[in-house]
Design a protein around this ligand. Structure first.
Ligand SMILES: [Zn+2]
Ligand SMILES: [Zn+2]
Length: 138
């Protein structure tokens, strides 16, 4: 974590223990937690932390490119997977899962050239039920 500490200092942010723990908790969760969910997890380790501190910490970590903000549903969610990837989205509980294996890509993006639009990247969202919700329904 030394590099991270340096990066934060260079950007003029203090590398606090709180921010390190926030980052660890985002990295631990596979389902792209919301700020509130990260707060709940961080609170177990830092009982005195406030929701505001977690919000600010997430903002700083996002700005530094250590995590990504995913706009989805009612709340912003946070993603520690920095590689380009697609998401599986559960329509019941709204959790996001990463698509790990490559889909049969590439898409035919050439067609948009005719309209003068050059596609540089794209994101695919697949909607359905996560294992937990699928079990609950059956
Ligand atoms: Zn679900
Ligand atoms: Zn993701």
């Amino acid at each position: 974590m030394k590099e991270l500490s340096e990066g934060l200092r260079q950007e003029g942010y203090r590398f606090t223990r709180q921010r390190r723990i926030i980052l660890e908790e985002v990295r631990k969760q596979q389902y792209h937690p919301s700020a509130k969910e990260i707060y709940d997890a961080v609170k177990i380790r830092l009982p005195n932390i406030s929701l505001g501190t977690v919000y600010r910490g997430l903002g700083v970590l996002t700005e530094l490119g250590l995590i990504r903000k995913v706009e989805h549903g009612e709340y912003a969610r946070f993603d520690a997977n920095l590689a380009e990837h697609h998401h599986l989205i559960c329509t019941d509980c709204d959790q996001l899962l990463d698509v790990d294996a490559p889909l049969s890509e590439p898409l035919n993006t050439q067609q948009f050239k005719a309209r003068g639009f050059e596609v540089q990247r794209y994101k695919i969202e697949l909607y359905g039920l996560c294992p937990t919700c699928a079990t609950e329904r059956s």
